[in-house]
Design a protein around this ligand. Sequence first.
Ligand SMILES: NC(=O)c1ccc[n+]([C@@H]2O[C@H](COP(=O)([O-])OP(=O)(O)OC[C@H]3O[C@@H](n4cnc5c(N)ncnc54)[C@H](OP(=O)(O)O)[C@@H]3O)[C@@H](O)[C@H]2O)c1
Length: 329
Amino acid sequence: MATSEEKKKKEKVVCVTGANGFIGSWLVRTLLHKGYTVHATIFPGSDASHLTTTNPSGGCGGGLVVVFQADILDQESISRAIEGCEGVFHVASPCTLEDPKDPQLELVLPAVQGTFNVLEASRNFNVRRVVLTSSISALVPNPSWSNTIPFDETSWTDLDYCKSRQKWYPVSKTLAEKAAWEYAEKHGLDLVAIHPSTCLGPLLQPSLNASCAVLQQLLQGSEDTQEYHWLGAVHVRDVANAQVLLFETPSASGRYLCTNGIYQFMDFAQVVSKLCPEFPVHRFVEDTQPGLVGCKNAAKRLLDLGLVFTPIEDAIQDTVESLKAKGFL
Ligand SMILES: NC(=O)c1ccc[n+]([C@@H]2O[C@H](COP(=O)([O-])OP(=O)(O)OC[C@H]3O[C@@H](n4cnc5c(N)ncnc54)[C@H](OP(=O)(O)O)[C@@H]3O)[C@@H](O)[C@H]2O)c1
């Protein structure tokens, strides 16, 4: 049982894993603005300089960022980062849409074992709540879902379907989330999961992440339909705000879809084409996600908590500007 002095010390101290990635960097920025002290974990040896340069003295909220080098597969180093924290945002997970050579080693193990290690350390240090960044890839593809109802948080990705098609990223995210719920239930840990769709927005980190690469490639003429990885898109700033909202709302529980609508990738491509007529965006003529039921307010659970989504046109424009500024376009 934590003493009241321990509780006081932990207040507004949180850990973010994968803190130097696309979503992690935005989450750190959002937390600093709200005055949190952030234990930011990064993969050992990877570049985290932007966490301090883009958040000088913690931003206007006066928060503080402390960087911890920690492979999520290394229980000891993860524990060091989580000790003394009131909350944990588990964001780190290999995020690539490319086909891995060894799916088990490159994707599934870090996703599942990494999540287990983070939860174990969180339980050991009496963390109040863990916010798990899952994905729409733990909801879809699910071919047995009704073709008259929009996807919602009750859907789970069909693992056999994905394995037979060598779609290992959804497998890794689904197994990690299932393991997390099992662990939370067994040990009475307070866990909330968020399921972002394809995240867009300005890149705070120096490298190109997988979801912004989807837009980059579309602008460069790619004909990839994103058949297995698409439900809609969302501004990364909204995702970070939603993650903090879920941490700060005592009544939040379960799974939260975080997308500004559900619609086909072909519709997204059309919007991109209109906004960026100078780029050779492919015109899809057939459904890219056959049978997908569209829905404007698909993230009803987050909308009910008061989250306001940025128009997707703004997310596209912000991403394009950022891709250009960083030399990716
Ligand atoms: N972007 C999206 O559209 C989207 C949508 C839904 C869900 N998500 C989820 O959101 C999370 C972040 O994604 P992102 O878009 O921000 O991707 P990202 O930029 O690639 O970030 C992933 C982060 O995880 C870290 N990481 C991977 N393996 C690690 C390990 N073994 N130990 C420590 N750190 C490790 C990476 O570090 P290094 O790069 O230094 O290796 C990176 O900082 C992931 O869980 C992803 O599944 C993303």
